[in-house]
Every structure is written in C-alpha cells, then in structure tokens.
Design a protein around this ligand. Structure first.
Ligand SMILES: [Zn+2]
Ligand SMILES: [Zn+2]
Length: 93
C-alpha cells in the first residue's frame, strides 16, 4: 500500500467505476495514474498532462508514493492546479 508523500499516512484505496485511485485521509490529496485520469477527464487532458510531466524538469519535494522516486511539479493549465507527477509510473499526485 503506497504512503502519502506529504504526511506519510497509508493511502486509502478508492474503488470507483472509473478505476482505482488513492486518497490520503490526512491531507485529502488524491493520487491517480494517467490511465485513470484519461478515463475521468478525457484523452486530451491526459495527453497534455503527460506532455507537461515529460517537459517539466522542476523536481518536486515529494516522492512518488508508488516507486519512491522524486516527482516533478508542474501546474496544469485547465483547470489550473498544482500537481506532482512521476514519469516512471505515469502517476499524478
Ligand atoms: Zn497526506
Ligand atoms: Zn513513481
């Protein structure tokens, strides 16, 4: 079970119709993979997210809850939210 990169609490697994994602009971953050985001928010949004993870070189202070690697922070344009992404797992925090 992955731990929250922010408060180190074990993440809850949320089984939704669209697939599994992870929720932190401490800071109410969500983690999901690109595959799930594609199902939730559509192809266009997921593709632009992948592009931003791949082009963004700003290392995040958080580690990926799935592989422990350093994530990269970026801000998505629409909607404008600050995100951390792991290129290796295609996961977004
Ligand atoms: Zn947390
Ligand atoms: Zn990872």
């Amino acid at each position: 079970m992955p731990d929250c990169p922010q408060c180190a609490l074990p993440l809850d697994t949320v089984r939704a119709r669209e697939g599994i994602h992870y929720h932190c009971p401490g800071c109410h953050s969500y983690a999901a993979t690109i595959l799930q985001i594609r199902r939730l928010a559509g192809d266009k949004f997921a593709t632009s997210l992948i592009r931003q993870i791949n082009t963004n070189m700003t290392p995040s202070e958080r580690s990926c809850p799935f592989c422990g690697g350093r994530m990269r922070s970026f801000t998505s344009q629409s909607p404008a939210i600050e995100l951390d992404g792991c290129r290796r797992c295609c996961a977004v925090w």
